[in-house]
Write a protein that binds this ligand. Structure first.
Ligand SMILES: Cc1cc2nc3c(=O)[nH]c(=O)nc-3n(C[C@H](O)[C@H](O)[C@H](O)COP(=O)(O)OP(=O)(O)OC[C@H]3O[C@@H](n4cnc5c(N)ncnc54)[C@H](O)[C@@H]3O)c2cc1C
Length: 458
C-alpha cells in the first residue's frame, strides 16, 4: 500500500515525485516504469555494427528513467505558445510560473551555466513577418543532451533515497477500489490512495485502453506529418546563435495549411525514433562543443486535423510512417534538389552532396511516401525559409522522412488534471495536453501540489 503511485518515470512522473517530496515528505511514493534505470538505457545503434533500429522490447530512447526526454536535446521552452495546452486547464500565468519553477530545479540539479535564449526584442521577428513567416514567442533553456543527462542522474540520486522505483515493470491495469486504486503489474498488485498516470507518447495505446476500461472520455483528431531538414549550420546560424530554437509558422498559399518548424538542433545530429515499432526521425544536439556537428537540423511539420467521421488521426500518421519503413527499411533520406527534379536520391547522389548526413538512412523518394498536399506545403515552406535563411532551398539540403508528431488522444480531466475518478490524475504527454519537456514537467508539479494540499489540509 502506497500513498501515491506514479506510472511512468518521464519528466511528468519525475517532477510529480520531486514536488511531492518537497511539499508532503510524509507520503509513501512508488514509481513504476516500463524501461530501464538511466544507467542501463542504451540504444544498440552504434553506427557501425548496428546501423538501424532493431526494435528492442523496451526502446531505450523512448522509455526508462527520464522518459522520452532522457537523450533529447533538453530544450525546455518556457512559453504558452507551443509545447502543449496546459494553460487551458490551469491558466497562463500559473503554467508559466510552473515552467520557470522546473527551470530553477534543473539549474539546481546540474543545469547551472546553461544558456537561456529569448525571442524578446529580436529583429528576426520583423524579418519573418516581411516574408510571410511568424516567429512564436518563447524563452528556451538549452540543457543539451549531455547536461540533461547529468540533471537526470542527480534527480535520480536524490529521489531514489525516498521513493521506491520499479523498473522494467510495465503497469497492466488500473482499477478503482475501496479508498483508492489498485494497479496490476505482471505478477503483483499494489494499492494506493492517489494515482498519477504519466505514460507519455510510448504509453499512448495503453492509456487508450485504460480510458476505455474506466470509461473516461477522450478525443483526438490531429497529427503532424513532415520531414526533418538537415543543412550546414552556417545557413541558420544568425537565427540559432541568437534564439537557439526558432519556432516559425507559415500558412501555405496553395491550401492554407499551417507548416511549422519544430525541434531545431543547431550543430546537432538526426536520430531514429521508435514509437510502438514504427521508425520515424527526430534530432538532438550537445551542449559540449566537442560533440557538435557541422549541421543544423529541424523538422518541418504540416498539421493535419480530421473531422467526422474519421477519428484515427494517429493511425493515419502511422500508415504514412509505415510506408516509408516499407520502402526504406526505416527512415528515408532525399536531397531537396532530387525531390524538386522528381528523381530518387541514390547512395551516389548522397555521397556527392556537400552536406554530410548525420544519420545513416536509406536514399529514396519522399514523394512516394508523403501525400501531395503535405509535400507541397513542405516545399513551399522551404522556399519561404530560403528568404530569411538563404541556402535553405539548396539542392544539397537533406530531407529525412518521415517525421510524425503523434498527439495522444486528449483525456478528459478537470483543472486539477484529475479524471472523473477522485484522486486519479493523468498528466504529461500521455494526457494529450502536453507535448514537451517543460509542459510535461509543469503538469507533474501542478498535480503534486494539489495532492500535497489535500493531504496537508486533511
Ligand atoms: C529524441 C527526442 C527528442 C526530444 N527533444 C525534446 C526537446 O528538446 N524539448 C522538448 O520540449 N521535448 C522534446 N521531446 C519530447 C519530450 O521528450 C516529451 O514531450 C516528454 O518527455 C514528455 O514527458 P512525459 O513524462 O509526459 O512522457 P515520457 O517522457 O514519454 O515518459 C513516459 C514514461 O512512461 C513509461 N511508460 C509508458 N507506459 C507505461 C506503463 N504501462 N507502465 C509503466 N511505465 C510506462 C515510458 O516507458 C516512459 O518512460 C523529445 C522527444 C524525443 C523522443
Amino acid at each position: 500500500m502506497y500513498d501515491v503511485l506514479i506510472i511512468g518515470a518521464g519528466p511528468g512522473g519525475i517532477y510529480s515525485a520531486v514536488e511531492l517530496l518537497r511539499r508532503a515528505p510524509q507520503l509513501k511514493i512508488a514509481v513504476f516504469e516500463t524501461g530501464h534505470p538511466l544507467n542501463r538505457r542504451k540504444c544498440p545503434i552504434d553506427g557501425e555494427k548496428v546501423k538501424s533500429c532493431v526494435n528492442c522490447k523496451h526502446c531505450s530512447i523512448m522509455s526508462g528513467f527520464g522518459g522520452a526526454g532522457a537523450f533529447s536535446d533538453g530544450k525546455y521552452n518556457i512559453t504558452n505558445d507551443f509545447g502543449g495546452t496546459l494553460y487551458e486547464y490551469i491558466g497562463k500565468s500559473y503554467a508559466l510560473e510552473l515552467m520557470r519553477y522546473v527551470d530553477e530545479i534543473n539549474l539546481a540539479y546540474g543545469g547551472e551555466g546553461t544558456k537561456l535564449y529569448s525571442t524578446t526584442g529580436t529583429k528576426i521577428k520583423k524579418e519573418c513577418l516581411q516574408n510571410g513567416l511568424h516567429l512564436l514567442d518563447a524563452s528556451v533553456r538549452h540543457l543539451g543532451t549531455d547536461i540533461n543527462y547529468v540533471v537526470l542522474e542527480n534527480l535520480y540520486r536524490d529521489l531514489s533515497k525516498k521513493v521506491d522505483f520499479f523498473f522494467e515493470t510495465p503497469v497492466q491495469s488500473v482499477t478503482a477500489c475501496d479508498g483508492g486504486y489498485e494497479i496490476k503489474t505482471g505478477k503483483d498488485v499494489y494499492k494506493c490512495k492517489y494515482c498519477i498516470i504519466s505514460v507519455g507518447r510510448s504509453g499512448s495505446k495503453w492509456m487508450e485502453s485504460v480510458c476505455r476500461e474506466l470509461d473516461i472520455p477522450t478525443k483526438s483528431n490531429r497529427v503532424d506529418i513532415g520531414v526533418r531538414v538537415e543543412l550546414p549550420a552556417a545557413i541558420f546560424s544568425h537565427l540559432t546563435d541568437e534564439l537557439y530554437e526558432s519556432k516559425i509558422v507559415y500558412r501555405t498559399q496553395k491550401y492554407g495549411d499551417m507548416v511549422r518548424t519544430f525541434c531545431m538542433n543547431p550543430r546537432g545530429a538526426v536520430v531514429n525514433e521508435n514509437t510502438n515499432g514504427i521508425i520515424t526521425v527526430n534530432g538532438h544536439s550537445y551542449e559540449d562543443p566537442a560533440k557538435q556537428t557541422q549541421n543544423t537540423n529541424f523538422a518541418l511539420l504540416v498539421a493535419k486535423h480530421f473531422s467526422e467521421p474519421f477519428k484515427d488521426s494517429n493511425g493515419y500518421g502511422e500508415s504514412i510512417a509505415k510506408l516509408s519503413n516499407m520502402l526504406g527499411g526505416g527512415v528515408m533520406i532525399q536531397r531537396f534538389g532530387d525531390l524538386i527534379r522528381g528523381q530518387r536520391s541514390t547512395a551516389a547522389r548522397i555521397n556527392e552532396s556537400f552536406v554530410v548526413p548525420t544519420l545513416n538512412a536509406t536514399p529514396g523518394d519522399l514523394s512516394l511516401v508523403l501525400p501531395k498536399r503535405i509535400l507541397d506545403g513542405i516545399i513551399e515552406m522551404i522556399y519561404a525559409l530560403d528568404k530569411i535563411a538563404p541556402g535553405t532551398a539548396n539542392d544539397d539540403t537533406l530531407l529525412y522522412g518521415v517525421e510524425v508528431k503523434f498527439y495522444n488522444m486528449e483525456v478528459s480531466v478537470d483543472n486539477h488534471l484529475e479524471t472523473k475518478y477522485p484522486d486519479l490524475f493523468v498528466i504529461g504527454d500521455g494526457s494529450g495536453i502536453t507535448h514537451s519537456l517543460s509542459h510535461a514537467s509543469a503538469s507533474g508539479v501542478c498535480v503534486a501540489r494539489e495532492i500535497a494540499k489535500r493531504e496537508n489540509n486533511a
